[in-house]
Ligand binder design. Structure first.
Ligand SMILES: [Zn+2]
Length: 281
């Protein structure tokens, strides 16, 4: 149970929805049995993305806009690296940055520096200002059963036209390929709902979900706008989606060779656990 008495199985992040579509058994093991970080292998590119996302958070937290490039490259990268190492030291390798740390080295840091340098130069050093920062967000979905969405976008920024933007920064080595595979269905809805109460409290009646690309700094084309006063439909849509996922009680396996969960030696044990604890069959 979470602190608010909502069972953890009723709490969904963007990746829970994605997992449930890709491999239902994988979802059951990560979501119900809480083996969330056991299978994260990490990669060089994922580590670059993680470093860059932390750097943008540092830029916003210090509000040091308009600083010279060297400042960005020196101060923020050191701070980002320190954060990752510290958190793994405190929480162990089975934690959020557990798979990042394996690839955190001179090569990935150099590549991330190079990407952010290019981003900075192409945008003339311009970062849109942060309007609010919080790392973990939640949104309750009320209905017959109470559900919770959780997670967090990289930033809440003031858009050029005065519309506040919920922004997710993405690192794709190949920007076009990344854009082609981008989820612009669930991700925008969930991130907007997570931030909605805060945005309404701050007096915004309209907002925009935007994706910014580290490797395509000037692309302003990927976004969706939302009216803050018509979010009930979104909530209902996600509530139905969760109800539907929770109603499936049969096992199904993707059986792909790359699926760490389907191919695990613990498969039988997990099936047994899911059968006894959660009545799957
Ligand atoms: Zn699988």
């Amino acid at each position: 149970m979470a602190k608010d008495n909502i069972p953890l199985e009723h709490c969904f992040s963007v990746s829970d929805f994605k997992n449930s579509e890709r491999c239902f058994f994988n979802f059951l093991v990560t979501h119900y049995l809480r083996q969330r970080y056991e299978f994260e292998e990490g990669s060089f590119n994922q580590t670059i993305g993680t470093i860059l996302d932390l750097v943008i958070k540092k830029v916003h937290a210090s509000k040091a806009y308009g600083e010279p490039l060297n400042y960005l490259l020196e101060m923020y990268f050191k701070a980002a690296e320190k954060d990752i190492r510290q958190e793994v030291e405190e929480k162990g390798v089975k934690s959020f940055y557990g798979s990042t740390i394996k690839f955190l080295n001179a090569d990935s840091l150099a590549k991330a520096r190079q990407v952010s340098e290019n981003y900075y130069l192409k945008r003339g050093g311009k970062f849109n200002r942060s309007v609010f920062f919080k790392r973990f967000w939640e949104c309750l979905l009320e209905g017959e059963r109470l559900f919770k969405l959780w997670g967090g976008p990289d930033a809440l920024e003031m858009g050029d036209d005065g519309v506040v933007e919920v922004v997710d920064y993405k690192y794709f080595e190949n920007a076009q390929k990344g854009k082609d595979n981008l989820d612009m269905d669930l991700m925008p809805k969930i991130y907007i709902l997570l931030c909605a109460a805060q945005l309404v409290e701050m007096g915004y009646d309209k907002t925009r979900f935007r994706v910014r690309f580290w490797t395509d700094p000037l692309d302003e084309s990927i976004y969706e706008e939302f009216d803050m006063f018509s979010l009930n439909n979104l909530k209902q849509y996600l509530r139905f989606k969760i109800e539907k996922i929770l109603s499936v009680k049969e096992f199904s396996f993707c059986e792909q060779s790359f699926c760490k969960v389907c191919n695990s030696g613990q498969r039988r044990d997990w099936i047994k656990q899911l059968q006894t604890q959660f009545k799957f069959r």
